[in-house]
Design a protein around this ligand. Structure first.
Ligand code: HEC
Ligand code: HEC
Length: 462
């Protein structure tokens, strides 16, 4: 009896707390003070109103972002005359990061605290083109072929010479004898069948069809809250709109996992080459299988990690056994590009490699300690590391993004790395020279100019 009474009072207490909570919630909502994890599901504005609001800030936000990029980087075109990506595009050359009042040598002699105090770290987190707004954003080079990817409210921000090949080469683990099967063609729904029928098995072919088929997404859908004014854009996006030809075109969006908005990282599309040897997927979420990531992309990442929004905008639920697995099977046969100077252990063959490449390899495995996290043959330890770059800069807001901690990030593999600039999860390092400067500071290596050149030469050979 006493127990029942207690339970009754507990129930009353819970009800009072809930009622109070709800009441306060309503009051807050009325004052507009709630910082919500959710997007605005009950849209009360029309498409035209939303579009007008976005257009009103388009120019000023683009200007702000351009100024930030210009202050941090030299955006002029500098490429290598003698080193190309596998598809033939010349690779960009750096370092592109601008220094303010210090030289690279002086920087590498300073402690993290001194660099932070002076505010001179050249590789702070990179904000998205309009960070407060976010969403998927596609480079002009793919929009030229697929105008359905135009966003009326936002233009792509990165210069084209620091992006990968527009139609990258495709190498299949199952048919290495064929070499590049794309041959400069952009694989889409209209040509995938004639190019791949007879080379793939039927399951892989069906998986590829799904990878080039449009499905609704946060900005590309039919609701009033879309960012496309084209009927063909309302059908959604395809996996290969970003992972073009199974590689990447540098398309970007914001990571879905963090709130509030200013803490979300900009993420730049990684290549799908070599996913067969990888064990973690996503720079920060570390999903454990390629199947899980495939399913997660369309259900969650496409809608900023908001399943309510996904339901409203028409999420396409892929069937695990007959669709997700087929898509994963195709992704798992995308090979790294051939590296003619590497032996079967992934080491340089010293009858083929240059003196500079060989010195670079020694540094990579020795003094520079890169191999601690990037061991051969694929140059990844299949783990995550926290590089603690925030030792070098203050936490402050820049163009709608908090310059905060990166946290643990996946060690991306370095095989074929010259094919996929810009580098790091957010693309903050435009070139391999910038990568060397970044790690020279983060690891406090104090490398000499010649050593830096050799490390770059080695990475170009991978
Ligand atoms: C906006 C362009 C975009 C589209 C469209 C897209 N992705 Fe991605 N993809 C990304 C980005 C950016 C990441 C990095 C995610 C992160 O760092 O958390 C990623 C990560 C991945 C990864 C993990 C790769 C790795 O190295 O960890 C896989 C696998 C993947 N995507 C598959 C797909 C599939 C399958 C689809 C279609 C259902 C798809 N993606 C659609 C941009 C895109
Ligand atoms: C403590 C572990 C660790 C060490 C040491 C390390 N790296 Fe990394 N590397 C990482 C992680 C983690 C990332 C991803 C970081 C990010 O995206 O923010 C990365 C990213 C990279 C990338 C960009 C990959 C891509 O696809 O964008 C390159 C290139 C690279 N490292 C080269 C090097 C070189 C060269 C060295 C030595 C001078 C080195 N790393 C030392 C862990 C390490």
């Amino acid at each position: 009896m006493k127990k029942q009474k207690n339970q009754f009072f507990n129930l009353v207490r819970v009800c009072i707390i809930l009622a109070l909570g709800t009441a306060t919630g309503v009051v807050f909502a009325q004052k507009g003070n709630v910082v919500s994890s959710y997007g605005p599901i009950n849209q009360t504005q029309t498409f035209e109103q939303i579009k007008a609001e976005r257009m009103a800030v388009k120019e000023s936000r683009a200007k702000e972002h351009k100024e930030l990029l210009n202050s941090r980087y030299d955006l002029s075109k500098k490429t290598s005359a003698d080193v190309q990506m596998s598809g033939g595009k010349p690779i960009p050359v750096g370092p592109t990061a601008r220094l303010s009042g210090v030289t690279w040598e002086q920087l590498s002699g300073m402690t993290p605290d001194q660099i932070k105090e002076k505010g001179v770290f050249p590789y702070k987190p990179l904000p998205f083109a309009d960070h407060a707004e976010g969403g998927m954003l596609f480079p002009e080079m793919i929009i030229k072929s697929l105008p359905r990817l135009i966003r009326f409210d936002l233009d792509f921000d990165m210069p084209e010479h620091i992006l990968p090949d527009p139609a990258p080469a495709i190498y299949l683990t199952t048919r290495p004898d064929l070499g590049d099967v794309a041959k400069g063609r952009l694989i889409t729904i209209s040509n995938y069948y004639e190019i791949f029928n007879g080379i793939l098995n039927p399951k892989q072919l069906e998986g590829l069809r799904l990878l080039v088929t449009q499905f609704p997404q946060q900005q590309f859908n039919a609701t009033e809250d879309r960012r496309t004014d084209r009927a063909d854009g309302m059908l959604g996006v395809t996996c290969f709109d970003c992972h073009v030809n199974g590689h990447t075109n540098g398309a970007s969006h914001l990571v879905g996992d963090m709130r509030p908005q200013e803490f979300r990282h900009k993420i730049e599309t990684p290549s799908l080459r070599g996913v067969n040897i990888q064990q973690l997927f996503g720079s920060q979420r570390a999903l454990k299988t390629i199947e899980d990531f495939t399913e997660f992309e369309q259900r969650a990442a496409y809608f900023d990690g908001d399943h309510c929004m996904a339901a409203k905008k028409g999420v396409n639920i892929l069937e695990r056994g007959s669709q997700v697995h087929f898509m994963a099977e195709f992704q798992a046969i995308l090979d790294f590009p051939p590296a003619s100077k590497l032996d079967i252990y992934g080491n340089l063959d010293n009858t083929k490699a240059s003196k500079s490449e060989l010195s670079g390899e020694q540094l990579f495995n020795g003094k520079a300690r890169c191999a601690a996290c990037h061991p051969g043959p694929y140059y990844t330890d299949n783990s995550m590391h926290n590089l603690k770059a925030e030792r070098f800069y203050k936490q402050e807001m820049v163009n709608g993004m908090m310059m905060a901690h990166d946290g643990p990030i996946k060690t991306f593999p370095l095989r074929g790395i010259k094919d996929s600039p810009p580098y790091m999860h957010d693309g903050r390092c435009f070139t391999l020279e910038d990568i060397v400067e970044y790690f020279n500071l983060v690891q406090q290596l104090q490398l000499k100019a010649e050593e830096k050149k050799d490390l770059v030469a080695f990475m170009r050979s991978l």
